[in-house]
Design a protein. Structure first.
Length: 125
């Protein structure tokens, strides 16, 4: 896994230490890649055009009232296709979706070359 910079999605800023961006490696870099990939809408940004980076999650979560079975199935497919493009991610399992009012929580486990990673993402529909 290549190195990447640590990014704080809440503040929208890179994490800094002594005036320099914090660099992540190995499993931490992979975790950051996963977050960035899941949060990036496929084909929205010109920098990623033609690179098949990101997922079509917004179409399933925001402003639509698809049935739970359909939305969960499509979310799993979109997330799995997006993440399995990475050479260090081998499989996705234990996928679940729960909703509370306008919030949707998606959780899953990834089998990676570094071991298993459990991930949870919350979307505000």
């Amino acid at each position: 896994m290549k190195k990447t910079f640590d990014f704080d999605f809440k503040s929208g800023e890179f994490n800094m230490k002594n005036g320099n961006p914090v660099v992540l490696e190995s499993v931490d870099a992979l975790k950051m890649w996963i977050q960035k990939c899941i949060r990036t809408q496929l084909n929205r940004y010109s920098i990623y055009k033609g690179k098949q980076y990101g997922a079509n999650i917004e179409d399933l979560v925001i402003g639509h009232s698809y049935g739970n079975g359909f939305a969960e199935s499509e979310l799993r497919r979109e997330i799995e296709e997006a993440l399995l493009r990475h050479e260090n991610i081998l499989s996705l399992g234990d996928f679940s979706v729960s909703t509370k009012r306008k919030l949707m929580e998606v959780s899953f486990t990834l089998t990676t070359t570094y071991g298993e990673l459990s991930e949870v993402y919350v979307y505000d529909a």
